[in-house]
Design a protein around this ligand. Sequence first.
Ligand code: PLP
Length: 418
Amino acid sequence: MNASAGTPATHDGFDVARVRAEFPLLARTVHDGKPLVYLDNANTAQKPRCVIEAVDRFYRERNANVARAVHALSEEATDLYEGARTALARFINAPSAQELVLTSGTTMATNLVAYSYLLPRLEPGDSVLTTRMEHHANIVPWQLVCERRGARLKAAALEANGELRVDEFIALLTPEVKLACVAHVSNVLGTVNPVREIAAACRKRGIPLLVDGSQAVPHMPVDVRALGCDFYAFTGHKMCGPTGTGGLWARRELLADMPPFFGGGEMIREVRIEGSTFADPPARFEAGTPNIAGFVGLAAAVAFLESLDMQRIAAREQVLLDYATARLQEVPGLRILGSAAHKAAVISFLVEGAHAHDLATLLDLEGVAVRSGHHCAHPLMQFYGVPATCRASFSFYNTEAEADVLVAALRKARKLLV
Ligand code: PLP
């Protein structure tokens, strides 16, 4: 029996059964017929049929390289690729599609900012400000360029409940800070950071702000204009799109002033052996053949999310978060890390006397896929003094029944481990 059975098809006006039917993988079983309960959405999301079919159709009917040849197929492929840029720009309300660099994901986006924006501006004694809750993709690139320039990385602390100490973050925005960076939503705690407030404080001090939107874009309406940040990075595979896709939105004037990070085909104006001149953004930052089929799939994912309505997705996931949190709190010895007032449907937890990896292994045997480990957030684990947590991360296609399966599996695992 699928875990969606036994629950009403419609939740808060959101037809979960119909939505689930769009995701072929959700129907599969694991470990001798256990229905899959996929709660690892913060890691990567499953793909709806329309995304799978868009990629398939591209390779069957449209495959060609972009922006190079004059033949019909190449023009069609170019139109699809640029159409994805337009769709993504609209999705995050960017002022112009030309301000959106298509990347392989958030990691490539933060590295692009590190090497192309930050490195040329950093001097000894400068610093970059981040927080203790960041993914390594929003820590390590800054460290690498800081090391080259004799600059340093600073990190604002958190409250015990996983909220950012915003006052401390703002107090650390001192004149030597050349870039401030913050997650829109924490991938471990689910904390939704007050980006508008932070952006206003940065703007007042003339410090550009990069927002890591990896865990926000798939789960809530995002409006980069309203947020008031300067760079916004996101990744396609967490928003039901293919892996190896994502983007960096940046203000036009910042992009215009950034030298290329990668060199190669399609990012140039003219190449002579003595030296080259470069294309305008965003092409300047998109050297080489991009993941064309991936972006065709990501455009389909955007259309799918838009058809469901991001506002309704966010509301549905809040209902799931509240339900799952209450049910998990019934499990003896279970502690949830992260109880911010504004929180996305990501629940990190520990069970007293059980190691996170052992728990996740036993949950897997019951068909429940959660992630265990440090979640690419070592400094956050150090803050809580734990080596690892289990993380159940929900998407709009999950159900209350699946949260029940998680809780039952946890009770069973606890009996074996504790
Ligand atoms: N930032 C956050 C908050 C994430 O959750 C992730 C992925 O787990 C990343 C950055 C890195 O994304 P990607 O591996 O797609 O580049």
